[in-house]
Design a protein around this ligand. Structure first.
Ligand code: SF4
Ligand code: SF4
Ligand code: SF4
Ligand code: FES
Length: 948
């Protein structure tokens, strides 16, 4: 293995269709119109010396190293800023050019510290490379002259160092921050020789607007911006392409290694989801993999109040299996079940549901999508026929109007947000529908055309009112509806949305959004060109989550915004493999590929291959498993990679369910909150330690590749196989690729998928089969998967969770950029520097009424429970609405969320809880008690060495 080196073409690719032919150094080359001479030369393998150009950003033309001669033109133009022209004749190497380039390099080097041997970039420095490329042998000006200003190193960012003494002021970092990331955190301060790169208003990186995405570090050609890991370890010697294990964007990375040590993660330019960009989590927050709190040995205990006892794998698996078998013998086949993980690979998820269906002999399998995107599956399957988003991320580059509803992409899906912001800076329009004024509403060079700050819980009413406007004002795409949708259902729906109770004026009273704003947003979406809708958990995690998804689908159909690039309905998936977990048959009623367990032909196919009869009855969902546990009929559970105690609603109920079980097996990296109730702990492996695939929000299946030996000894897929064997159900796979082969045999939408195909194409989007052998970037192009698109009447039914005198405020929850879900990984990285605790966002008006000041402890109480956290006074939330994140277990935000859930899928209503807040002295009694239980529960008995 060696380092994967991607070619740097110097300038971005031109998207023009027309092509021109020119001659460079005597050779003809044909490239798209608008291509730079530099890129055209690189396309034919000639690298023109360069310093300020790189193909992730537009050309700048400042270093003057890339000069060329063009026949018939005076002077020596910069090849990075000069576009090709038909019949142009270019020379890249002449005596004059050599002389000029050496002169430029002499100036750079005379102003550069010559500590190359001890410099962190030694071996990966473009300045050094260019000195070699131009044949620099001497510097006429010496090295002792004036140097540009050096304000000293900035070590404030936990992951990278800024050493201005090495800066050549090429501005690549500034442009990367603007063009790739879209944060505009950097400027060049000062003029001429005194120019220096400055974060914000000459602040430190940590204090500035910087979001630590690392694009500037990647762009820097010298050691000025360098990863601290490179400074500490040295340059990597090989790399492996793999996929980020955090969010559903699915960024592709080169894990750059020395031996089995990760030196750095570098976003892969060929990654089709991220195109060479990343966020702080994927690029930097991988330190949890070697964190000292990782559990590496299996453990068991009789009672949850006992200390843990480290045991062998055989003993742990044998104990779990015998307990599960005992429970089934005493309480029946359906008395146990399991939860698959959206953090684990497709192959691992498939095996867990196989273990439950075939090994446990029931369908009591569910997944964390239950608590996030299960309404997406239901809503899109009902309306379009497929439980998945319709587009790829590239699609946003062709959108003219983008609606973001119930999502906060700059925090939750940062790399998609950067791609979206780029499109918005090019002129696309934005509509934000969200109770909070999320960053996208106003961000550098982006102003949303409309922000509809609706009251939490009123999505359906607002979307139906937008449909009202579209129908009432004759903005229906008649041709699309006629050709592609069921006419009768459309007529019924159109009559429904036209009713006065669905008008913007009526809905304004319910939602708090002015009628004119609803009208304007509807008109823009319907008439603004390619309209795309992106949504997140602010849509799904409601009692009407599935209805909202269908209301979105209705809007897309009525305006014809489906079935081509630039449009579509796009769920922004939370976890890295939540799409895959759903695809793999993790729901109790569905086998892989969303086929109902009661379908005899489908079941027969699985039974034949697995050699066992399957239960025909759908199993229990997570909340039903917990209810059944409290009722005494459900006694054992295998939980892979999910912390239900922290992530599921109504924590007291989850705790009661877990406490009532006789055998809880937790398979995870750390002793998480759920493990406080476990009897068996099986140590899990990280994405760096195993092979497999993840499927991102675009339905893109990408390889996860092992870069280091699992510290716990096994990949998670191997542990599930061993547990199945201990249960008496043998599974035999030598490698995860064989599991994928089985998935392909059993799942029509995956029929063409194999590791060979993924390796050949880089990634593939399902459906991938005989009809689409290289996958399907955009769905429903010629027709909907279900045949005719189905308009569904979306009656607005207010949630039962109401505000009143006792609980007058509405709480809604979300994520923050630097932390990830329950925080198990990110809290164990330096990312805590940005978010050490969950804070409660309160509007100044609500805070003042209650005498709460910024930073005060606040009691947050609902009908379900209460917790305490500190206040953050901000106008990001409207009066009457408060907001918090749920990344820290000591806050336990889900103690206050209720057990109301989506009518169709049981997805919990995290986004609407009626609450009251009041000043407090500190953490509540409950939090103290819980902390004590957690401390006790995590005790591990000392290992007693056998005396000789
Ligand atoms: S890390 Fe990202 S946000 Fe921060 S300055 Fe660099 S490019 Fe900008
Ligand atoms: S910090 Fe690096 S990328 Fe930025 S101007 Fe200096 S040398 Fe160029
Ligand atoms: S955007 Fe998501 S997938 Fe990409 S690096 Fe960040 S967390 Fe990972
Ligand atoms: S690379 Fe063209 S001017 Fe710097």
């Amino acid at each position: 293995m060696s380092l994967v080196h991607e070619i740097d073409y110097g300038t971005p690719a031109s998207r023009a269709l027309a092509r021109v032919t020119l001659t460079i150094d005597g050779r003809e080359v044909r490239v798209p119109e608008g291509t730079s001479i530099m890129r055209a030369a690189m396309e034919m393998g000639t690298q023109i010396p360069k310093l300020c150009a790189t193909d992730m950003v537009e050309a700048f033309g400042s270093c003057r190293l890339c000069l060329v001669e063009v026949e018939g033109r005076a002077g020596t133009p910069a090849s990075c800023t000069t576009p090709v022209a038909a019949d142009m004749v270019v020379r890249t190497q002449t005596d004059r050019l050599k002389r000029l380039r050496k002169g430029v390099m002499e100036l750079y080097i005379s102003d550069h510290p010559l500590d190359c041997l001890t410099c962190a970039a030694n071996g990966d420095c473009e300045l050094q490379d260019m000195a070699g490329a131009v044949g620099l042998r001497d510097v006429r000006y010496g090295y002792d002259g004036a140097k540009h200003p050096d304000p000293g190193k900035d070590e404030s960012n936990p992951y990278f160092t800024y050493d201005p003494s090495k800066c050549i002021v090429c501005s690549r970092c500034v442009r990367a921050c603007e063009e790739v990331q879209g944060t505009f955190a950097l400027t060049i301060a000062g003029r001429g020789f005194d120019s220096v790169v400055s974060p914000g208003m000459e602040e430190s990186f940590l204090a500035s607007e910087c979001v630590s995405c690392g694009a500037c570090v990647q762009a820097c050609p010298t050691a000025t911006l360098t990863e601290k890991s490179v400074i500490e370890i040295g340059q990597p010697e090989h790399s492996v392409v793999t996929t980020c294990a955090y969010c559903g964007v699915g960024c592709s990375f080169k894990a750059e290694m020395r031996g089995e040590e990760v030196v750095r993660m570098v976003p892969y330019k060929d990654g089709k989801a991220n195109r060479g960009h990343s966020c702080v989590k994927g690029r930097f927050a991988w330190g949890y993999t070697t964190h000292k709190e990782r559990i590496l040995k299996p453990m068991i205990r009789e009672k949850i109040t006992d200390p843990w006892r480290e045991v062998s794998w055989d003993e742990a698996l044998g104990h779990a299996a015998s307990e599960f078998k005992r429970i089934q013998a005493e309480h029946g086949q359906r008395s146990i079940g399991g939860i698959t993980s959206s953090r684990c690979t497709n192959e691992e998820t498939f095996l867990v549901q196989k273990l439950i269906r075939a090994g446990f002999g029931n369908n009591n399998v569910d997944t964390c999508a239950r608590v996030c995107h299960s309404p997406t599956g239901y809503g899109l399957k009902t309306t379009f026929g497929t439980s998945a988003g319709t587009q790829d991320f590239d699609s946003v580059e062709e959108s003219d109007v983008v609606v973001v509803i119930g999502a906060n992409p700059t925090d939750g899906h940062p790399v998609f947000a950067s791609r979206l912001k780029k499109r918005l800076r090019q002129g696309a329009k934005l509509i934000v529908i969200d109770p909070r004024r999320i960053d996208l509403v106003r961000t550098p060079h982006v102003d949303a055309s409309h922000h509809l700050p609706l009251r939490p819980g009123t999505n359906v009413a607002v979307l139906t009112a937008m449909a009202h406007v579209i129908v009432a004002e004759g903005l229906v795409n008649e041709a699309f509806v006629r050709e592609r949708c069921d006419r009768d259902e459309f007529e019924d729906w159109a009559a429904f949305v036209s009713e006065p109770r669905n008008s913007p004026d009526a809905v304004a009273k319910i939602s708090g959004v002015p009628a004119d704003a609803i009208r304007a947003a509807a008109r823009l979406y319907a008439t603004g060109g390619n309209g795309a809708i992106y949504y997140g958990l602010g849509v799904t995690e409601h009692s009407q989550g599935s209805t909202t998804v269908m209301a979105i689908a209705n809007l897309a159909m009525v305006t014809g915004n489906i079935g081509r690039p630039g449009v579509g309905v796009n769920p922004l998936r939370g976890q890295n493999n939540v799409q895959g977990a759903c695809d793999m048959g993790s729901f109790p009623h569905e086998l892989s590929g969303y086929r109902h367990i009661s379908d005899d032909a489908t079941r027969a196919m699985f039974e034949a291959l697995w050699g066992t009869a399957l239960d025909v009855e759908p199993g229990l969902r997570i909340p039903n498993m917990l209810d059944a546990a409290v009722d005494g009929s459900f006694k054992g559970i295998y939980i892979q990679g999910e912390d239900i105690l922290q992530s599921d609603p109504d924590t007291h109920h989850v705790a009661a369910g877990l406490a009532a079980m006789e055998c809880v097996v937790v398979h995870d990296l750390f002793l998480n909150e759920t493990a406080n109730y476990a009897h068996v702990f099986l140590p899990g492996s990280t994405f760096l330690e195993k092979d497999g695939t993840f499927t991102n929000a675009e339905r893109r299946i990408q390889r996860v590749r092992k870069v280091m030996t699992p510290r716990n000894g096994f990949g998670d897929w191997e542990i599930t196989i061993a547990l199945a064997e201990a249960m008496g159900f043998a599974m035999s796979y030598a490698h995860p690729s064989e599991i994928m082969d089985e998935i392909a045999r059993l799942t029509p939408t995956f029929a063409g998928v194999s590791y060979e195909l993924i390796d050949a194409l880089g990634s593939v989007q399902w459906p991938c089969n005989a009809k689409a052998p290289e996958g399907t970037p955009v769905m429903h192009i010629r027709g909907f998967v279900r045949g005719k698109g189905k308009f569904v009447v979306t009656e607005y039914i207010p949630t039962d969770e109401r505000t009143g005198p006792r609980f007058p405020l509405l709480l809604t929850t979300g994520r923050i950029l630097s932390q990830y879900n329950v925080g198990a990984q990110t809290r164990r990285t330096p990312n805590v520097v940005w978010h050490q605790e969950d804070r409660l966002e309160i509007h100044p008006h609500d805070a003042e009424q209650r005498g709460i000041r910024d930073g005060d402890w606040v009691k947050l109480a609902s009908r379900a429970g209460e917790t305490t956290l500190r206040a953050l006074i901000t106008e990001r939330v409207a009066p009457g609405v408060i907001y918090t994140t749920f990344h820290h277990p000591d806050t336990q935000a889900n103690v206050v969320t209720t057990d109301y859930s989506d009518w169709a899928t049981n997805c919990p209503e995290y986004k609407v809880t009626a609450v009251q807040i009041s000043p407090s002295n500190g953490p509540s009694e409950w939090q103290e008690e819980y902390g004590e239980l957690a401390r006790k529960s995590r005790r591990v008995a000392p290992v007693i060495e056998a005396a000789e």
